[in-house]
Write a protein that binds this ligand. Structure first.
Ligand SMILES: [Zn+2]
Ligand SMILES: [Zn+2]
Length: 142
């Protein structure tokens, strides 16, 4: 079972199902919110259990074409969750997972919105102009 949380511990979670491999998102909203490209795994909604939510607050992502809200810790400022209505999964910032994850990078999204201070890597992963994650499916990670 995977666990994770924010920097200060006021948000802690457990994951009781498979984690999707990690997607990098270059969109403007992710870059502003995370401070750089976002790296997110995802789980089926019912598999995410909050074991501490004292610090958790939700912010409506202003330009999200999915109408998503973003979950963060109001005590330490960590960025944790991305949640769009009607999806079976919720996204979790991969950097908030504890210890070794067994996950791999699976692709780049919104490369059309990448900033100019970094080069898009020639890493063999799929590069999508916009979002290709709309199926929101969690796939098994070893
Ligand atoms: Zn915190
Ligand atoms: Zn994004």
């Amino acid at each position: 079972m995977a666990t994770g949380g924010c920097l200060c511990g006021a948000v802690r979670y457990e994951v009781n199902g498979p984690l999707r491999d990690v997607l990098l998102c270059h969109c403007v909203e992710c870059r502003r919110w995370h401070g750089h490209v976002s790296a997110s795994t995802a789980v089926t909604r019912d598999d995410l259990v909050l074991t501490q939510d004292r610090g958790l607050r939700w912010f409506r992502s202003p330009g999200s074409d999915a109408g998503a809200r973003r979950g963060f810790c109001v005590e330490c400022g960590s960025s944790l969750f991305w949640d769009a209505p009607g999806r079976a999964t919720i996204s979790i910032a991969a950097g908030t997972l504890d210890g070794r994850t067994g996950l791999r990078l699976a692709g780049h999204w919104y490369v059309s919105e990448a900033s100019d201070y970094y080069e898009l890597p020639d890493d063999g992963l799929p590069h999508h102009e916009r979002s290709g994650a709309r199926e929101g499916r969690a796939t098994t990670a070893s």
